[in-house]
Write a protein that binds this ligand. Structure first.
Ligand SMILES: C[S@@+](CC[C@H](N)C(=O)[O-])C[C@H]1O[C@@H](n2cnc3c(N)ncnc32)[C@H](O)[C@@H]1O
Length: 232
């Protein structure tokens, strides 16, 4: 594993609670509605996403931090979908090629030490045309926000278990060969809902995806305008 295990299991849920109620729960619900078949959630943390999966998917939840995983297991027991929580890291997924129809990252890709390798692994374990679904905070597309994030990033990473404020997640996903769909941007472009398809056979809704990606709120985000309401 190349990423030190993240901590803060005890306070993570308490800190996230108001944010979840305000907006994140709605994004999680929308992400889960797109998940199908065998789902791999990478960096499941305390399991905040688990309650949203439909009962017709089968979830494998990967988490390198034991304290986080213990909480996720308690939530797994209450989820509608069958969930198994396993140890492992995004950069070296302990699964064979083409093992999943869906791979999910929610607020976890920002903490992965080697993002290119993690995406290569996600692509490997997805079936051709499989779905990559993300909710992530990203490097802002507008100045001076982007500049400020770049300056803050090393300090934030040191304080927050390696979490990067300056990750260009959408561009990294495209560079890894995924075809991105509509990118919904929230909080002045800081958080994205990012659906993408792995190369290969179409899954039936390929029309919703486009090379380069449609972007809900993208132009507004670049100019610094609020996009939360428009995209949610
Ligand atoms: C901020 S938490 C997010 C948890 C959860 N996905 C959510 O939406 O609330 C980030 C999680 O990613 C995990 N993580 C960090 N590096 C990782 C890696 N290389 N592979 C897999 N998970 C990782 C951390 O242990 C932590 O549980």
């Amino acid at each position: 594993m190349t990423t030190p295990p993240g901590g803060h299991a005890g306070i993570y849920d308490a800190l996230m609670w108001p944010v979840e109620r305000l907006a994140v729960a709605e994004w999680r619900r929308r992400l889960s509605a797109q998940a199908s078949g065998r789902v791999l959630e990478v960096g499941v943390g305390t399991g905040s996403q688990l309650r949203w999966y439909r009962s017709d998917v089968v979830v494998t939840a990967l988490e390198p931090n034991a304290a986080m995983a213990a909480r996720a297991r308690r939530r797994a027991a209450r989820a509608s979908a069958p969930v198994v929580v396993v140890d492992g890291a995004a950069e070296e997924l302990p699964f064979g090629a083409a093992s999943f129809e869906t791979v999910v990252f929610t607020f976890a890709f920002c903490s992965v030490a080697d993002p290119e390798r993690a995406l290569a692994e996600a692509r490997r374990v997805l079936v051709p045309g499989g779905r990559l679904l993300m909710i992530e905070h990203v490097h802002l597309p507008w100045q001076p926000g982007r500049w400020a994030q770049s300056r803050l990033a090393p300090f934030w990473a040191a304080a927050a278990s390696g979490c990067r404020l300056d990750r260009d997640t959408v561009e990294l996903v495209r560079a890894a060969g995924f075809r991105t769909g509509e990118v919904r941007r929230h909080v002045l472009g800081w958080v994205v809902e990012l659906p993408a398809l792995a190369p290969g056979a179409a899954t039936g809704d390929g029309a919703a995806m486009s090379e380069g990606g449609a972007t809900s709120g993208d132009a507004a985000a670049k100019s610094g305008a609020a996009t939360t309401g428009a995209a949610a």
